[in-house]
Design a protein around this ligand. Structure first.
Ligand code: SF4
Length: 412
């Protein structure tokens, strides 16, 4: 099957620009744009960046010491927000990579901590230097948020991430104060639950960030099948962890429609506060559609929009694009769109692909009323509010409403 050409393409903005301009754009979005100068060599089978053609990117050359000094100076000119964590790695105009593969990364993280008064956040599959990373965490308490992408310690590791660090190294990274949160997933029986027990035995303080991986466009079919298999094991894997009573804080990233269910009260009360009429058309992804169809049927016209740009099993209103929405229009003259769709890191009133709201209205001729109350701040807060393992067990797996909710037909 051929690729469907997008109806609404973003106007290219990087063409002919100096790479420092890309660095500046990322820095303005709170990113520390170190670059490997090439695609990520780890090539994990599940990587969401395997197909990032939906957005315009240009990889700057491998970061030099001079570039680093420019970056550090730029950051130091920004005011300090004690709640902000600067993220190591650009991902709006750059491709996401594991930056600890840059030979100077550890040194520059230390520079950042020493020469700024700001906080730092980083994600890696584990290419950090032990014991250096533990020394830094001990020397700068509270300023590092280290999210370790464990993914799996099971035999699936070799299949999914053959070029990532070995389990033995990962356990050393976990053994100490450095790791704030370890993320790992369900793929089969005794995968996520066994990993939770192993990790908790070594580190009782880090957050266990668990759940299932969502397939997106560009992944191989057997990888997609493994992710979907993992979902079917999620309830039993979660129950094992629940019964083990581990001391670590936990979060569960389930399928989107389950997250929506756990936050149903807030979604419904927010919908009620919008004051919409029966004939008003409101744009939403599948998960919110499911909730509103169950609890607020026929109170407005719910326009279900699939996340066609990201593809796979994506189901998230925040990640909808104007192109996704345009493809679902029939005879609408006015539609309501949540603000979070147009609050991407690419700029105000732009979607994740870089298409502007005004480009959408010009091309489709449809008038848009922006639902300002539904912004990214709210969406992010909701996602984590009821996201603990306890919530999932007590309010979803053991909830008598779950059966009828799951039986609802998928939106057409
Ligand atoms: S290390 Fe991270 S960026 Fe690199 S391929 Fe794996 S998931 Fe993708």
């Amino acid at each position: 099957m051929g690729t469907v050409l997008p109806m609404l393409q973003a106007t290219p903005v990087l063409k002919g620009k100096d790479y420092r301009e890309i660095l500046r754009q990322e820095l303005d979005a709170g990113k520390i744009p170190i670059s490997l100068g090439r695609s990520c060599p780890v090539q994990c089978e599940f990587c969401y960046e395997l197909d990032h053609s939906y957005r315009e990117t240009a990889e700057p050359p491998k970061t030099t010491q001079e570039d680093w000094e420019f970056i550090l100076d730029y950051i130091n000119r920004k005011p300090t927000d004690p709640l902000q964590f600067w993220c190591l790695g650009g991902n709006e105009y750059m491709e996401w990579t594991d930056l600890f593969l840059h030979p100077k990364a550890m040194e520059w993280v230390e520079d950042f901590l020493r020469h700024t008064d700001k906080n730092i956040q980083f994600f890696t599959v584990g290419f950090v230097h032990v014991p250096k990373i533990h020394q830094l965490a001990a020397r700068y308490p509270g300023r590092i948020n280290f999210e370790l992408s464990v993914i799996t310690l099971s035999h699936y590791r070799q299949r999914l991430m053959p070029h990532a660090p070995a389990v033995k190294h990962l356990l050393k990274v976990l053994d100490g104060p450095a790791v704030s949160s370890a993320n790992f997933y369900s793929f089969d029986a005794d995968t996520m639950s066994a990993d939770a027990v192993t990790i908790s035995r070594i580190n009782q303080h880090c957050v266990l960030w668990m759940g299932c991986l969502t397939p997106v466009r560009g992944l191989k079919q057997d990888t997609v099948a493994l992710m979907r298999q993992g979902r079917t094991f999620l309830p039993q894997e979660t129950m094992r962890i629940y019964e083990a009573g581990l001391p670590n804080p936990t979060t569960i990233h389930t399928e989107a429609y389950i997250t929506a269910f756990l936050n149903r009260k807030r979604i419904v009360s927010l919908f009620d506060s919008l004051g919409l009429e029966k004939n008003d058309t409101v744009v939403m992804a599948g998960s919110v559609h499911k909730i509103l169809s169950m609890f607020r049927k026929n109170r407005a016209r719910f326009l279900f929009v699939p996340n066609a740009t990201l593809g796979g099993d994506s189901d998230c209103t925040v990640l909808l694009t104007f192109d996704d929405i345009a493809r679902r229009l029939t005879r609408e003259k006015v539609i309501h769109i949540p603000k979070c769709v147009m609050q991407s890191g690419r700029g105000p009133y732009m979607d994740i692909a870089g298409v502007k709201l005004e480009e959408f209205t010009k091309k489709t001729g449809v008038k848009v009323k922006v639902l300002h109350k539904i912004d990214t701040r709210l969406a992010n807060k909701q996602l984590y509010r009821h996201g603990s393992l306890q919530h999932y067990v007590q309010d979803y797996l053991r909830n008598p409403l779950t059966q009828s909710y799951e039986a609802l037909p998928a939106p057409a």
